[in-house]
Design a binder for this molecule. Structure first.
Ligand code: HEM
Length: 423
């Protein structure tokens, strides 16, 4: 989250909202991609063309899977990312970022922080229609908003405190157009300022900050704006609380943190309900038969070794990504590592077949990786799987030629070790 928020300060806001949209359930259902046979929530009205940050969760999940495969749910990762996004959101200067590595109690850095109760499991299903009907709309009036939160066990005070999330982030013109053209209780100067970048028709995706003054700082300005009628989603009741938050940043921060914990506790899946996904975008698939128990734990270790070796290899010999890709192809009319076998006096392998002789490259890279993998987990991970991973990582790394990009790659790296088959 540190790297992410430095590169894209809005991402703190986007992950906070992603968590909210998941959290009328808190089960990572919002992270599932649609497939030909599965209709997830990403294309529900409040989410389509609007939710952001899925690839950040993918990157975190891939790293977490390397350390402890099949253990930490996507739902818990999203809860933690939302919390850290809020805490880090105003940390935009490198100096502060560095300071942050040392002082690291988050509280001093930006928004409030809170303890995230963990142990959620991931949904095995999703509901686009529930997302459409349960999530509040920007056209909702106050009683509809209160009712939507009450239906999830949150009271009006929670709702008002949580709305303070709009102290960060951006909204699309299509979300607030009707307010700046039609509402009588919006400051006229503010409305015409917004209208300049949000015409009465067209420009639907033009962005504007939800907090006019400090969109990248988690503070109580949202409430001060509400009072000055410079906000987009005001309705004029809950006044006493809005007044209090507008003058008492500490009260807002404390209520917001407490309400985030309550929101994060909405109907989590625990015990044996749900599952722990290995890829947040997809449901686990059924166990492949005949694989030894724990195979995917060791495959994850192999995956790291492949990635590290491929980084060095690609830097030393940029063509190697191409060569390993082809080696995999020539193995893969079978995908069984038969192409890697050397000829012997009594065995005629494939290396000297017409399309392969004097042409295939990269055998020694696979040898190096296999030797490392054998040191960690002898006799467990097949050469065929190693070759498949090396071909994938070679492709992902092939354009990484500059050292700076190489370093960046350590952080962005979401091509990394997501194991696709479940274990
Ligand atoms: C009270 C009911 C709420 C309504 C009607 C509402 C509505 C909206 C709308 C329409 C947007 C702009 C989306 C777009 O144009 O793409 C937005 C953005 C946002 N919302 Fe809410 N929201 C509500 C509650 C919340 C809550 C409870 C949270 C989190 C605790 C939250 C966090 C955010 C954030 C951080 C953004 C900016 C996201 C970004 O920049 O990517 N909202 N909200």
């Amino acid at each position: 989250m540190r790297t992410t928020v430095l590169l894209d300060p809005r991402m703190g806001a986007s992950l906070l909202r992603l968590f909210f949209h998941d959290c009328f359930g808190c089960d990572a259902s919002v992270l599932l991609d649609d497939t030909a046979t599965f209709n997830g929530e990403k294309n529900a009205g409040p989410n389509a063309n609007s939710l952001r940050g899925f690839e950040v969760i993918d990157t975190i999940k891939a790293e977490v899977e390397l350390q402890c495969p099949g253990t930490v749910s996507c739902a818990d990762i999203l809860a933690l990312a939302a919390r850290d996004g809020v805490a880090l959101v105003s940390v935009v200067a490198t100096s502060l970022y560095l300071l942050c590595s040392y002082t690291d109690n988050f509280a001093c850095l930006g928004g409030p922080s809170w303890r995230v109760p963990l142990g959620r499991r991931d949904a095995t299903t999703a509901s686009q229609s529930a997302a459409n009907s349960n999530l509040p709309s920007p056209a909702s009036n106050l009683s509809q908003l209160i009712a939507a939160f009450a239906a999830k066990g949150l009271n009006a005070r929670d709702m008002t405190a949580l709305s303070g999330a709009h102290t960060i982030g951006q909204a699309r013109c299509v979300s607030f157009r009707s307010h700046i053209y039609n509402d009588a209780n919006v400051d006229a100067g503010f409305a015409s300022q917004r209208q300049r970048n949000c015409p009465s028709s067209g420009g639907d995706n033009n962005l504007a900050p939800l907090d006019v003054q400090t969109p990248n700082t988690f503070d109580n300005t949202y409430f001060r704006n509400l009072i000055a009628l410079r906000e987009l989603f005001n309705n004029g009741t809950q006044d006493a609380l809005v007044q209090q938050y507008s003058t008492n940043a500490g009260a807002f921060a404390a209520d917001f943190a407490a309400a985030m914990v309550r929101m994060g506790n909405i109907s989590p899946l625990t015990g044996s309900s749900g599952e722990i996904r290995s890829d947040c975008r997809r449901l686990r698939q059924t166990l492949l038969p005949l694989l030894p128990r724990g195979y995917f734990k060791w495959a994850a270790v192999a995956c790291t070794i492949v990635r590290q070796t491929m980084r060095t290899t690609g830097l030393l010999d940029p063509r190697m990504g191409a060569s390993l890709l082809r080696l995999f192809f020539h193995d893969c009319f079978g995908c069984d590592a038969s192409v890697l076998l050397d000829d012997t006096a009594t065995f005629n392998g494939e290396k000297n077949a017409g399309p392969n002789a004097n042409s295939l490259r990269g055998f020694e890279v696979i040898d190096t990786i296999k030797a490392e993998v054998e040191l960690q987990c002898p006799g467990t991970v097949s050469c065929a799987d190693i070759l498949a991973l090396a071909a994938r990582d070679g492709v992902a790394l092939v354009s990484v030629v500059a050292t700076s990009l190489y370093l960046l790659c350590s952080y962005t790296d979401n091509f990394a070790c997501v194991l696709d088959r479940g274990d």
